[in-house]
Design a protein around this ligand. Sequence first.
Ligand code: FAD
Ligand code: SIN
Length: 529
Amino acid sequence: MTDHDVLIVGSGAAGLTAALVLAERLKVLVLAKGALDAGSTAWAQGGIAAVLDQGDTFEDHIRDTMVAGGGLNRRETVEFVVEHAPEAIGRLAALGVPFNEEAGALHLTREGGHSHRRIVHVDDATGFAVQEALLKAAHAHPNITLRPHSVAIDLVTDRHRADGGDDGAAGRRVWGVYALDATTGRVECHVARSTILATGGAGRTYLFSTAPRGATGDGIAMAWRAGARVSNMEFMQFHPTCLYNLEVKNLLITEAVRGEGGHLLLPTTGERFMPRFDVRAELAPRDIVARAIDHEIKRLGLDYVHLDISHKDPEFVRAHFPNIHERLLALGIDMTRQPIPVVPAQHYTCGGVLVDLAGRTDLPGLYAVGECSESGLHGANRLASNSLLECFVFGDASARDILALWDDFPPPPPIRPWDESRVGSSDEEVVIKQNWTELRRFMWNYVGIVRTNKRLERAAHRITLLKNEVHEYYSHFRVTADLIELRNLLQTADLIVKSARARRESRGLHFNQDYPATHPAARDTILVP
Ligand code: FAD
Ligand code: SIN
């Protein structure tokens, strides 16, 4: 049993931002289920959106965010995040993030859906620089303990109290997590007065995703099981340009390639097809570009389309995209001279644990920030480079809320240790592998870019079968990291399909051929446990 003031599950942009603020006064434990830099944050390429250009305005950034979001965004959240963006960039620069500059000012690149140059970046590997700076500061802080290879299994709530009592909130207050120490195989109980979920997205619910392997929706599933509402899970974002390569399945080709002049072409005729779909052509919001590519691939029976920036000066291309250029060269593609084969792939989870402007969930003591949360910022489709920004703004806001309310938070009661007296070790690991593959394949085929009622119904049916199988497995065998993730993936897939079936219209990222129209009034899909 460990006991800290605040427990943070997740060491990406959201978790570490909160940790650094809380550590001013409190003792903080940060868990990560693998290496500390193995989340999506370190993989982010394009950058962070902020109004910093002369001629750009908060109002323009707010409008672009809401246009991309299909009108489903909560305006007060959008204002809150957009208005705090320049300050967040300032804090990162102070931590030593070496943002690119040009003529003495920050260099701003451009991405789809943005009406101005607005993206602050570190070459084409912004997330790596951000993760490095945050981790360096966290390692150096005496009030922060970092625990990699600790896989949170479930939230500890009043139901797990050893004294059988509750504080009047009837099983709802959260006191930390049970987590598997992946190095020893033992389950530990980490107790805290307040817990922040910063566990990232659920991209790995899909066969093809740009997200790292650990994006299995753990925080969303844990919060749901503990009784928190989850919203807008049908809005899964597919990035239009993931490298098509049979060996390397998740190399993102940043949207900034299109922002800096790259064109999407049909490999058969060389036609630049995006102008047929949208006046903004390659710089239309992602849902539109991904659907257009999907349409052309299916119409012409293609494996991929081409992304071409070879008409630009090779020096310019190399200077703007040094990492991608190098990684592609290693695969035999010289982007300064030839087009890149690309396909859409799952990229971002817009829905998540429903939170307010301080990151508070429905459960007392529990906060959720970053990609695992649904704050109202993204609506039906996230605007490019708004997500790292959300992590910084909400990481900071949740930490400040905890500091402000600290004296009202009761100290943790005694908690029951994890009980594995009635389970044994599995001799059938193949069940996990089989179910994992099956789930990701049917989610890709039935709950992907274009949906129908029939496909969603098929997916729901399969989820029920797999859930029963995995539940039985979970009840009989000792937990492993793979089993924990599979259980969460299934839970998340269930929430995605339930939300998609509940939405009887097409909006933003959710396109259902049986309901192609958009309702005049935008409504969130809020699932109540
Ligand atoms: P993450 O950075 O994903 O961190 C999650 C953390 O939670 C990890 O430490 C993980 O170990 C931990 N965790 C998860 N489950 C458990 C568990 N059960 N127990 C213990 N720990 C757990 N956004 C932008 O704004 N700009 C970009 O340019 C951009 N580019 C991107 C490029 C790629 C390839 C990808 C995949 C995403 C990109 N995004 C971008 C999105 C952005 O990177 C993410 O939304 C953001 O980094 C999420 O940060 P986070 O802190 O919420 O989660
Ligand atoms: C990209 O660089 O294209 C990703 C940006 C984002 O996901 O916000």
